[in-house]
Design a protein around this ligand. Structure first.
Ligand code: COI
Length: 335
């Protein structure tokens, strides 16, 4: 069996090499992204392993079909950048890594939220100016607040555990698929608008779909209590950035922690000479970064040693299984 992996970063390479050695599989590791052109390098291989934020286009799948390559395994969870009709038409089957470390995402979320709640950005700014006064930055405790989780899959549940068991917060949830354990705890609201009305903090853990595009928007933000917080470590399209920015600027929303952004492709995991350069691509993002109470990180919730190793190992295990047995537990089925 011969496998080929695209867009392998330096931090992934040792894990990929170790996997190939341990499983005695011929694996070629490329730093190229997978495009209509670079897919040509996969000719003669049995399966493709990839991770990228760029779209996986129809051209990629057509060529896979032409070369007789039936399987692609992603080293991440999200499939929103996959041209699914084209994938299906080409008869290509796809796996992802649904559980590389839900805790990694939840931990970063807690870091961002705690910074906001305990007024770290404000104190940092004040202290840099020699101002050590407390006023007016008195904080609220998480145990007195209600957290609304939208999307209660593995990551939402990891966050639930920390909020509820760790901090003693009241947690409510919304999901089209109710998790039986959380349902038994009575956390679910039937209407997402109720969650917006009741929560002091709304955190997004849903995949990006047509149905939940801009779940957080001017209307839902207006429904929220004054002084509430928004967290997004899921997908940028779940949130209308301009609406959030306006709400924060007006003082209605107290703060936001965003690890993902609308139109982030080409920005995150890249280095620019200045924020002005970034503003040419995404002015709203830069305006957000300039707000003291909006904390932005570059899509790094997943970026831990544990998660990266699992992403590499689990994606190669899945591809190996697809090629040798024609099935894998993590195959993503698109209806
Ligand atoms: C995913 O797993 O889908 C992510 O968003 C993490 C990715 C940046 C590697």
């Amino acid at each position: 069996m011969k496998l080929i992996a695209y867009d392998i970063r330096d931090d992934e390479r040792p894990y990929a090499e170790a996997w190939a050695k341990e499983h005695n599989v011929d694996v070629t590791l490329l730093s190229d992204q997978l495009t209509d052109k670079t897919v040509e390098k996969a000719k003669g291989y049995d399966g493709i392993n990839a991770y990228q934020q760029l779209p996986y286009t129809a051209g990629v799948f057509e060529k896979m079909n032409e070369y007789g390559i039936k399987y692609i395994s992603l080293r991440n969870i999200g499939t929103d950048n996959v041209d699914i009709p084209a994938l299906k038409k080409a008869g290509v089957r796809l796996t992802n890594v649904p559980s590389y470390s839900p805790e990694a995402i939840a931990e970063l979320e807690m870091a961002g939220l705690m910074m906001l709640l305990r007024r770290m950005p404000e104190f940092r700014t004040k202290i840099a100016q020699g101002n050590f006064s407390w006023k007016p930055d008195i904080a609220r405790e998480l145990q007195t607040l209600t957290v609304g989780i939208i999307g209660t899959g593995r990551i939402g549940r990891a966050a639930y555990k920390i909020y509820h068991e760790g901090f003693g917060a009241k947690v409510i949830g919304y999901d089209v698929y109710k998790n039986p354990e959380l349902d038994a705890q009575g956390i679910y609201v039937d209407d997402v608008n109720d969650l917006f009305k009741q929560a002091d903090i709304v955190t997004l853990h849903a995949p990006a779909t047509k149905e939940n595009y801009h779940t957080v928007n001017a209307d839902t933000l207006a429904e929220m209590k004054d002084g509430s917080y928004i967290i997004n470590t899921a997908r940028g399209d779940l949130l209308d950035s301009q609406a959030l920015l306006d709400s924060v600027k007006s003082g209605k929303t107290a703060g936001a922690f965003l690890d993902v952004e609308e139109n982030e492709v080409g920005i995150f995991n890249n280095k620019f000479s200045s924020l002005d350069e970034v503003a040419k691509k995404n002015p709203v993002l830069v305006d957000m970064i300039k707000q003291e109470n909006i904390i932005v990180t570059p899509h790094v919730a997943f970026y831990t040693h544990t998660a990266v190793k699992n992403m590499v190992d689990d994606s190669f295990d899945a591809l190996n299984s697809m090629v040798t047995t024609g099935k894998a537990d993590t195959e993503v089925k698109f209806d």
